[in-house]
Design a protein around this ligand. Structure first.
Ligand code: NAG
Ligand code: NAG
Ligand code: NAG
Length: 427
């Protein structure tokens, strides 16, 4: 690849010696949003789904539990709603640069099914119409549905086709804040981080099907009229690792050993009557001498050549694209979601060219608040639990009073009836 950027060990060392400040100062930040006051002037709420009354409202909040009540983000606030919102930044190309796309997301609602991903869009987008059909360049972030889907999406659009990452990247499923980072490098490698820890990495060439593979297995047509191909395993290729030992011979008389023998312990019952019950025969039992059909001992095959692997050859359909990683007209970032249960909170969006800078933002925000979140959530759950327990006690007490009141009324009316009857009898 023409644009492969090599870093010699000494330059890596230099970066490490110069402080983070130098690295941070060198970072180019294309977009950054911490959703402080004034955020609404930077973000455009789409009118998508408004006419169907299924467009959901965003809540500017730090959520029900947080590490800093003043650090707000935007949270989906209505169930069964579509959400679409986007922000514009000066158009840029990531050619020759790292592309780092990072944000935090917190699912406060114990998400059963729904997304927590964001999108980068290119070219000219009518932000008022941004919706599910608007073409995007990159879609990245967690997606949860039932037990089967709990993954991080990393979809790259090339030539109007969306390509999903082929590797599984599990996402977080709890109710705490997590930072998702996607890094795309000019050597066509990528990394996916959650909470500043690398969860997946590799190459655009192998982990997406954007281009056909560079190498393919050598194949041959099965027959002239048939498209089906098969691997070229030579006929004399011995792929059996173990064979029967030719030295091992079946012992004489082996096949004469019966599978079952008559039970030597069995005795004819005393009350057996040959005339009535027929002739007595002893029952049979499995023969302890019998060892099953004879099998020769296995030995290592001296001619074993290993499992057959088709030789790999250059794929004639592969045409390299040195700009495979390039998105030349990135210009918008957006959220476009359908939520059955709302409560997903986005915050601290960063789009830059420096993974170290993004990391420092994550540390400053999520990193400083993460230890507060768990106890807050626990406290809230404990309070809810206590609340529910108290309410149950109250209901039980009320039921008891109702029962007593009913029986008092019943006793009272019986007493009255008795009195009436007595009076009638006396008459
Ligand atoms: C916004 O979030 C806060 C904190 O969770 C909550 O108290 C408030 O009711 C929410 N507002 C709306 C309109 O959902
Ligand atoms: C883009 O996709 C179309 C339709 O799938 C295809 O015909 C065309 O060759 C593709 N172009 C490139 C540059 O891959
Ligand atoms: C029980 O009866 C008393 C007296 O009649 C009444 O004041 C009270 O509301 C009743 N309570 C319930 C729970 O029905």
């Amino acid at each position: 690849m023409a644009t492969r950027r090599m870093k010699s060990p000494s330059s890596v060392h230099l970066v490490a010696v110069f402080s983070l400040l130098v690295v941070a100062a060198a970072a180019e930040v294309f977009f950054e949003e911490s959703f402080n006051d004034g955020w609404e002037s930077r973000w455009v709420k789409s009118e998508w789904k408004k006419d169907e009354n299924t467009a959901g409202e965003w809540n500017h909040t730090s959520g029900k539990w947080n590490g800093d009540a003043n650090d707000k983000g935007i949270q989906t606030s209505e169930d069964y709603r579509f959400y679409a919102i986007s922000a514009e930044f000066p158009e840029f190309s990531n050619k020759g640069k790292n592309l780092v796309f990072q944000f935090s997301v917190k699912h406060e609602q114990k998400l059963d099914c729904g997304g927590g991903y964001m999108k980068l869009l290119s070219g000219d987008v009518d932000q008022k119409k941004f919706g599910g059909d608007t073409p995007y360049s990159i879609m990245f972030g967690p997606d949860i549905c039932g037990y089967s889907t709990k993954k991080v999406h990393a979809i790259l659009t090339h030539n109007e086709t969306n390509h999903l990452i082929k590797k599984e990247v599990p996402c977080e499923t709890d109710q705490l804040t997590h930072v998702y980072t996607f890094i795309l490098r000019p050597d066509a490698t990528y990394s996916i981080l959650i909470d500043n820890v690398e969860k997946q990495s590799g190459s655009l060439y192998s982990d997406w099907d954007i281009l056909p593979p560079k190498k393919i297995k050598d194949q041959v047509p099965r027959n002239v009229n048939d498209q089906v191909t098969c691997l070229l395993q030579p006929e004399d290729w011995d792929d059996k690792e173990f064979i029967d030992d030719p030295e091992d011979k079946k012992p004489e008389g082996y096949d004469d050993i019966p599978e079952e023998i008559t039970d030597p312990e069995a005795k004819k019952p005393e009350d057996w009557d040959d005339e009535e019950d027929g002739e007595w025969t002893a029952p049979t039992i499995p023969n302890p001498e019998y060892k099953g059909p004879w099998k020769a001992k296995k030995i290592k095959n001296p001619n074993y050549k290993g499992k057959w692997k088709a030789p790999m050859i250059d794929n004639p359909d592969f045409k390299d694209d040195p700009d495979l990683y390039v998105f030349p007209k990135l210009k918008y970032v957006g959220v476009e979601l359908w939520q059955v249960k709302s409560g997903t909170l986005f915050d601290n969006v960063v789009i830059c060219d420096d993974p170290e800078y993004a990391k420092s933002i994550a540390e400053e925000t999520w990193g400083k608040q993460k230890d507060e979140l768990k106890p807050r959530l626990k406290e809230l759950n404990d309070n809810n639990y206590r609340g529910a327990t108290e309410r149950i006690q109250h209901i039980r007490n009320t039921l008891k009073i109702i029962q007593r009141n009913l029986s008092i009324k019943y006793t009272d009316s019986l007493a009255l009836e008795e009195k009436d009857l007595l009076i009638q009898l006396e008459k």
